[in-house]
Ligand binder design. Structure first.
Ligand code: PL3
Ligand code: FE2
Ligand code: FE2
Length: 231
């Protein structure tokens, strides 16, 4: 894969680029912070994996710092207020599940859905990023695969017990993800990303993970089209 920007006319210092980047940068900083909080919460819910989950959480904290550096490099202030609202619904679903000790739901949200969303977004951003952010994002995305693997392995091992819970969590969360994607579409386009590719990459990666944990192709079609308006 070539790393030449698709959109050669991107000006990383233009007002419109920096305006959109302030929201995107806020989203990834807040997203990494929430991922950190979620892994620490999971560390308490899964005593036999506490150490590993704290380790994964610490990576998220470093990701936050790394993306803060990307904003500073472009002299952009991340719009954290926007970002907090952006994640509010997803955070609420996670917190309710955590309070009810619904481990499978929490893992599906953080380790599958959010990580697949992040991997799709970061991989789409890398070819159009400035040099500084590209290197950082490449190293961040390598970590995100580990976070995805953790959840996929646990859900696979406990698939029969939690199949119905996983389906209901998917049902609750995917419409929120599509809404978030629509909300970020214009800013993502301004920084050179492509919404269609982002959606495709998310569906492919998420579908592959669902297959890995035990769902059939037909079930995956139903699960991934949930809330897309075709399911
Ligand atoms: C999990 O480790 C992190 C969760 C972060 C979620 C980020 C979602 C990104 C949404 C679309 C913006 C992509 C732009 C990427 C630029 C760095
Ligand atoms: Fe991360
Ligand atoms: Fe992660």
């Amino acid at each position: 894969m070539s790393s030449v920007p698709i959109n050669l006319s991107l000006d990383f210092y233009s007002d419109s680029y920096r305006d959109s980047f302030s929201r995107i940068n806020g989203i990834v900083i807040e997203g990494e912070q929430e991922a950190y909080d979620n892994f620490l919460c999971l560390a308490q819910l899964l005593p036999e994996h506490t150490e590993e989950l704290i380790h994964l959480g610490r990576m998220e904290f470093r990701h936050r710092k790394s993306f803060e550096a990307c904003g500073k490099n472009l002299k952009v202030h991340p719009d954290l207020k926007f970002a907090e609202e952006f994640f509010a619904d997803l955070r609420q679903v996670f917190q309710i599940a955590a309070n009810n000790q619904q481990i499978a739901t929490c893992l599906l949200i953080q380790s599958l859905v959010i990580e697949c969303f992040a991997i799709a977004a970061y991989n789409n951003y890398i070819p159009v990023a400035d040099n500084f952010a590209r290197k950082i994002t490449e190293s961040v995305v390598a970590d995100e695969y580990l976070h995805l693997d953790f959840g996929a392995a646990w859900l696979k091992e406990n698939f029969t017990t939690f199949k119905a819970e996983i389906e209901s969590a998917n049902h609750q969360v995917l419409p929120i993800i599509w809404r978030m994607l629509n909300q970020v579409e214009v800013d993502a386009m301004t920084i050179g990303m492509n919404k269609q590719l982002l959606i495709e990459d998310f569906i492919i990666r998420y579908g592959e993970s669902l297959s890995q944990i035990g769902f059939s192709t037909r079930e995956i079609m139903r699960l991934t089209s949930q809330g897309l308006g075709i399911g």
